[in-house]
Design a protein around this ligand. Sequence first.
Ligand SMILES: Nc1ncnc2c1ncn2[C@@H]1O[C@H](COP(=O)(O)OP(=O)(O)OP(=O)(O)O)[C@@H](O)[C@H]1O
Ligand SMILES: [Mg+2]
Length: 232
Amino acid sequence: MFIEGLNLEKSYGAGEVKTEVLKGIELKLNKGEIGVILGPSGSGKSTLMNIIGGVDRADGGSVSIDGIEITRLSDDQLTEYRRESVGFIFQFYNLVPNLTVSENIEVCSNISKSPLKIDEVLEAVGLLDKKNRFPRELSGGEQQRVSIARAIVKNPKLLLCDEPTGALDFQTSRSILKLLQQVNKKYGTTILMITHNGAIGAMANRVFKLRSGQIVEETMNQTIVPAERIEW
Ligand SMILES: Nc1ncnc2c1ncn2[C@@H]1O[C@H](COP(=O)(O)OP(=O)(O)OP(=O)(O)O)[C@@H](O)[C@H]1O
Ligand SMILES: [Mg+2]
């Protein structure tokens, strides 16, 4: 088991204003698999992902990643885990506006011990010919490709994507999903992705439906649909 989340609990606030956001979540994903988390707004999806990514800490339960129980790590060790092992992709690309495409990726490769070559990553996301452009000179889909390149350049074991296609149109979304599937195949990266779009579940090995802080359904797909064939 690559991701093993057991009995995860998380609350915000205290006393009268205390809200339980995660109420005993169990989530398991094998190495090299793609997992999709579906659920309504406020159900706890980002909270769960932040705990798995070492950005936030659970109040109860445990998370192991590739055999290491990250919920027991010190703050410094958790930072190290996040830096070396996890790539993050969000709905909004968060690129540095006054750095070129290449430089945006370089910033992340510099903090890693064993990064991939920048040109290899640019090639993988189909942006080698635009490496010297600035973010404002790119379309939304191209900017998201840069943010994927930035996340994978450190060759993370785990890629966490929070609504990666939330700001993109249908065609562009599909091309981004296809790219994520290619990254998963080429580098063996385990991917956990949050989406509101149920159709995207077809490209995953496992789909977790979250409601009010609990997994209400887990589906295992026998056949994985190539992203370019998903319709919505
Ligand atoms: N730092 C925080 N302090 C207080 N409450 C928080 C905090 N972070 C999240 N919450 C609350 O926890 C609940 C779950 O939030 P979360 O961001 O995990 O939802 P989500 O499923 O990702 O929703 P969305 O689809 O809108 O992104 C929400 O009710 C939110 O208001
Ligand atoms: Mg969210």
